[in-house]
Design a protein around this ligand. Structure first.
Ligand SMILES: *[C@@H]1O[C@H](CO)[C@@H](O)[C@H](O)[C@H]1NC(C)=O
Ligand SMILES: *[C@@H]1O[C@H](CO)[C@@H](O)[C@H](O)[C@H]1NC(C)=O
Ligand SMILES: *[C@@H]1O[C@H](CO)[C@@H](O)[C@H](O)[C@H]1NC(C)=O
Ligand SMILES: *[C@@H]1O[C@H](CO)[C@@H](O)[C@H](O)[C@H]1NC(C)=O
Ligand SMILES: *[C@@H]1O[C@H](CO)[C@@H](O)[C@H](O)[C@H]1NC(C)=O
Ligand SMILES: *[C@@H]1O[C@H](CO)[C@@H](O)[C@H](O)[C@H]1NC(C)=O
Ligand SMILES: *[C@@H]1O[C@H](CO)[C@@H](O)[C@H](O)[C@H]1NC(C)=O
Ligand SMILES: *[C@@H]1O[C@H](CO)[C@@H](O)[C@H](O)[C@H]1NC(C)=O
Length: 224
């Protein structure tokens, strides 16, 4: 109920707040241009899998991922859901990654071990080789410093013949990078310290609390 009343506000905020483009694999559709799309809408910006029929062949060992962010920094997550028309993106490929600097960010070959672990956790036998020919979708989430969450999805078919992007295509923009929000920082945040909430602590709590994102968004709107 709350969410539906907030949607018009969310679209309004989208006009003034930042957003991100997906550069690779090709996104389902241009969530910034399509009239019925909005990056604020979970899980895939209100773009269904069949909108544009775009499905990129992606290596079974995990392929490249490239986005173009407009925030100076944003906590970034990439999740994977196996199958068609998935809404359950239950495999985490990129977790708690602090993208820094606005512009192109390319992760060339960064998700292989996360993919292997996800298969194991899901009791999916056959390893990455077994993915050959399977359809799946990727979901990229960016949580900006305001607490708002933005979504985009890309559809893929795993293929053992698909390649990573080459170095010519896969480049970070000038001043663009990022770091994983470290486990040690998170541990520190968990220690009672008396010095208040650390940044890592704030980031850790940002992920599961989409509700707080909505709240922060309302606050942000109130400040406009
Ligand atoms: C579908 O994909 C093509 C090729 O990338 C693109 O030019 C077009 O804008 C897309 N259409 C929609 C509705 O997103
Ligand atoms: C989502 O997309 C559908 C059409 O695909 C449209 O009818 C609906 O209004 C959109 N929802 C929002 C909140 O824009
Ligand atoms: C996915 O959704 C589309 C559109 O609703 C539908 O045509 C297609 O059959 C669905 N595919 C599967 C495997 O459910
Ligand atoms: C990233 O987005 C910015 C702003 O929209 C644009 O100027 C720039 O050309 C984009 N970069 C790439 C590599 O798409
Ligand atoms: C994730 O979803 C897939 C497909 O629906 C399922 O096979 C797998 O077991 C799930 N993984 C986990 C960890 O629940
Ligand atoms: C995978 O198998 C283990 C051990 O049998 C079980 O505890 C776990 O719940 C299973 N996970 C899924 C996602 O089915
Ligand atoms: C882009 O920056 C990220 C974060 O620093 C790094 O992991 C990645 O390897 C860089 N990409 C390229 C193509 O150098
Ligand atoms: C993320 O990066 C920004 C910009 O460098 C920095 O200000 C912020 O403290 C970082 N957040 C975390 C939790 O590492």
């Amino acid at each position: 109920m709350l969410a539906s009343t907030l949607l018009p506000l969310a679209s309004l905020a989208a006009l003034t707040c930042a957003h991100f483009h997906v550069l690779y694999p090709e996104w389902r559709g241009d969530s910034l241009e399509l009239e019925t799309a909005s990056q604020w809408i979970w899980p895939c910006a209100n773009i269904s899998e069949t909108t544009n029929g775009t499905r990129t062949k992606w290596p079974t060992t995990g392929g490249s991922i490239m986005i173009n962010g407009s925030h100076e920094f944003a906590f970034t997550y990439v999740n994977l859901g196996l199958g068609e028309n998935v809404t359950n993106f239950n495999m985490s490929l990129v977790d708690n990654f602090n993208q820094t600097g606005a512009g192109a960010l390319c992760l060339k070959d960064a998700v292989k071990s996360a993919l292997e672990e996800g298969l194991k956790a899901g009791n999916i036998t056959g390893g990455t080789d077994g993915l050959d020919g399977q359809k799946a979708s990727l979901q990229v989430i960016q949580i900006a410093h305001s607490g708002s969450s933005l979504y985009n999805c890309m559809d893929i078919t795993f293929s053992k013949d698909a390649k990573l992007l080459d170095d010519e295509e896969c480049k970070n923009g000038t001043g663009v990078g990022g770091t994983r929000i470290g486990a040690s920082e998170a541990q520190e945040a968990a220690q009672p310290s008396g010095s208040g909430t650390t940044q890592a602590g704030a980031a850790t709590s940002a992920k599961p609390l989409m509700g707080s994102g909505v709240l922060a968004m309302v606050v942000a709107i109130a400040l406009l």
